[in-house]
Ligand binder design. Structure first.
Ligand SMILES: Nc1ncnc2c1ncn2[C@@H]1O[C@H](COP(=O)(O)OP(=O)(O)OP(=O)(O)O)[C@@H](O)[C@H]1O
Ligand SMILES: [Mg+2]
Length: 277
């Protein structure tokens, strides 16, 4: 369980002033859950992601990880438990080949060569890149680089994986592949925390928090989020056109299921209405 109580964080600016990036955040993230944090630019998502992964210490408030104050955790145990994946895989990959990048973390933790070999094979199988073991990084596509960045974290045996807008640098095909991989990581038992700007990325979340100007303004499920799209738009969160259209149709008196969020679902629902009348 991750628990934040009254967590605030401010940065100092070159002009000597301080920027309050997070304000009084209260969050509980149970093990095995899939939590999404949605917010517009500069709302504090990356700051929160860095705090949750132990990369920065909040200016004030309490952060408990598995009921123990975060400062009591050794940096090594924390690194093996919680990992952060950035938007740009180039920021995360440090070695020239796939294998070297995967092995580095394990060697640091002094795993023996048999265990390293086993973990490398397992993780390459898991991300569907077994034949890429000896490839150099520049031979990989953007999506494959992001898979490798994720694998280099997972190989340590993480229980909590935090994604900070992990598909924003990728093309449509790679985006789908990475979202599928994240679902698989969650199914395998990891707790997932996903920072997003867009509705489409967080359909699979069981709990969603809206982070606006450093404050948590709302909490609910994805279906509840769909009903709040006017509010989200006011907060600067982009609402997909199909959801805007569904809302307008609902407001004009058409009874449509609350869970519609794709064009296909809308077309199916409209067809159903047509046949019923
Ligand atoms: N190192 C820093 N020094 C000073 N201010 C910072 C620093 N990092 C972030 N900020 C400020 O803190 C606020 C929150 O930034 P943060 O990067 O956490 O938001 P974000 O939601 O991740 O934004 P984006 O959608 O652009 O990634 C912003 O106003 C930002 O300018
Ligand atoms: Mg960010």
């Amino acid at each position: 369980m991750i628990c934040l109580r009254h967590v605030s964080h401010s940065y100092s600016r070159p002009n000597g002033q301080r920027k309050l990036a997070l304000k009084e955040i209260n969050l509980s993230i149970p093990p095995g859950s899939f939590t999404a944090i949605i917010g517009p630019n500069n709302s504090g998502k990356s700051t929160l992601a860095k705090i949750l992964s132990g990369l920065i210490t909040p200016s004030s408030g309490q952060f408990l990880f598995e009921e123990v104050e975060i400062s009591q955790w050794s940096p090594n145990s924390l690194r093996k438990s919680i990992g952060l994946i950035f938007s740009n895989p180039e920021d995360q990959i440090v070695f020239p080949t796939v294998e070297e990048d995967l092995v580095f973390g394990l060697e640091n933790f002094c795993f023996d060569s048999g265990e390293i070999e086993k973990r490398v094979l397992d993780i390459l199988e898991f991300i569907g890149m077994r034949e890429y073991r000896h490839f150099s990084i520049h031979q990989l596509s953007g999506g494959q680089k992001q898979k490798l960045a994720i694998a280099s974290m997972l190989i340590l045996g993480l229980r909590y994986v935090i994604f900070d807008e992990p598909i924003s640098f990728l093309d449509d095909t790679s985006r789908e592949e990475i979202l599928t991989l994240i679902r698989k990581i969650h199914k395998r038992g990891a707790t997932v925390i996903y920072m997003a700007q867009f509705f489409e990325e967080i359909i699979m979340a069981d709990t969603i928090f809206a982070l606006v100007n450093g404050k948590i303004q709302w909490q609910g499920s994805f279906t509840e989020l769909l009903q709040k799209s006017d509010q989200m738009a006011n907060w600067g969160i982009e609402v997909p056109p199909v959801i805007q259209l569904v809302n307008r149709l609902q407001k004009s008196g058409l009874t449509l299921p609350h869970s519609i969020h794709t064009v296909k679902q809308l077309v199916d629902a409209l067809r159903k209405i047509k046949y019923e009348n």
